[in-house]
Design a protein around this ligand. Structure first.
Ligand code: TYM
Length: 362
């Protein structure tokens, strides 16, 4: 007899229904999807990292179990000043929080604090092919820019990134366009491993924004706005003051169109298309709306308008980040709590992997 049909048991039935509801809710909670991403503290966070990645991370904590970290292990594939790296790692945490990531509802941590990343990274190196690594465009770009330091870490970096991801069994990886190739390689590595040992890893999906996935340099609109490229004078960072941001936008490269026409044409007008993308990403307006807004007004009106919209978007972030940076003890508390939660999840996967590959239990 089902509990619902038990005679004269109205109270009992209610209790049963209540229990069923609680179990269902618990199951839903357990089945909450996981989102994960990271950024290298190799430079000050730019408008590109914000629009391509972080903006997509915030306000997800309702739906997802979220893990976000400072990828310091990755940062040392290029030489870093140790004191600067430490400072940037802490400031990056403050900026994550200032961008809307509530540490009570998101797990925020430092990659090097969770040794399972390096441990799984080594294992996955042994399941990643030389040919696959050789095809990574980021490796080709970075080795061209750091010709005097093409080290092994720079080459095997995608296997460590696969470990960062697969440790947490995530569903979605919110990243900008340039990281899509690495997430795809992660999927291949996971599928290869699962093919040998059974279902160990969940296969994650890249989650790339429709607008803002690739923000270009303001002075060289055919190359990506980069936080670590010292030659890039066309970047805007989250901590820049309003006057500097306005200056950057006023001198942004457009084109020689004598009509000064604000039209979305990435191939023929890459500078204008980039500015329109930025404006669209921060205001939510469509390209058609932007074209109509600046019809006949020209670049002289358009460029400062984009600058102002960016200033207003970044103002609360910068102000909050400045307050947080001044409170080192608070930030330390956040990353320590984050390490604990992250290690717990990571160790569960690592234990499984070690057993599958045949390591003797300690
Ligand atoms: P990184 O540190 O180069 O960039 C961080 C994030 O910002 C995005 N991004 C951009 N998006 C749009 N336009 C731009 N100009 C721009 N510049 C940067 C990047 O796509 C990225 O999402 N390998 C990663 C860090 C990493 C990681 C991970 C990411 C390490 N482990 C695991 C996800 C999951 C990197 O170098 O990103």
């Amino acid at each position: 007899m089902s509990p619902a049909s038990a005679p004269g048991k109205t109270l009992g039935r209610r209790a049963w229904e209540f229990e069923e509801k609680v179990v269902k809710e618990m199951e839903q909670q357990e089945a909450k999807k996981v989102m994960l991403s990271g950024i290298q503290p190799s430079g000050d966070l730019t408008l590109g990292s914000y629009l391509g990645a972080i903006k997509n991370w915030s306000s997800r904590a309702e739906q997802f179990d979220c893990y976000y970290f400072m990828a310091d292990l990755h940062a040392i594939t290029v030489r870093q000043d140790p004191a600067l790296l430490r400072r940037r790692t802490l400031e990056q945490l403050a900026q994550y929080i200032a961008c809307g990531l509530d540490p009570e509802r998101n797990t925020l941590f430092v990659q090097s604090h969770v040794p399972q990343h390096a441990e799984l990274g080594w294992v996955l190196n042994c399941y990643t092919m030389f040919g696959e690594l050789s095809r990574m465009t980021q490796f080709k770009d970075k080795s061209a820019k750091n010709a005097d330091n093409i080290n092994g870490g720079l080459f095997t970096y995608p296997a460590l990134m696969a470990a960062d991801i697969l440790l947490y069994q995530p569903d979605y990886i919110p990243v900008g366009e340039d990281q899509k190739q690495h997430v795809e390689l992660t999927r291949n590595i996971a599928q290869r491993f699962n093919g040998i040992y059974g279902d160990v890893f969940k296969i994650p999906e890249p989650y790339i924004p429709k607008v803002g996935a690739r923000i270009m340099s303001l002075t060289n609109p055919t190359s990506k706005m980069s936080k670590s490229d010292n030659g890039d004078t066309g970047r805007v960072t989250l901590m820049d003051d309003p006057a500097h941001i306005m200056k950057q936008f006023k001198r942004a490269v457009t084109d020689s169109d004598t009509q000064n026409c604000v039209r979305y044409d990435p191939e023929n007008k890459p500078g204008v298309a980039n500015l329109m993308t930025i404006y669209s990403a921060v205001t939510g307006k469509s390209m058609a709306e932007i074209e109509a807004e600046f019809d006949g007004l020209g670049y002289g009106a358009f460029k400062p308008a984009v600058g102002e919209a960016v200033v207003e978007t970044l103002r609360p972030i910068r102000e909050k980040a400045q307050r947080l940076i001044a409170d080192k003890a608070y930030l330390e508390g956040v990353y320590r709590a984050g390490r604990e939660k992250a290690s717990y999840a990571a160790q569960k996967t690592l234990r499984k992997v070690y057993k599958k590959v045949g390591f003797l239990a300690p």
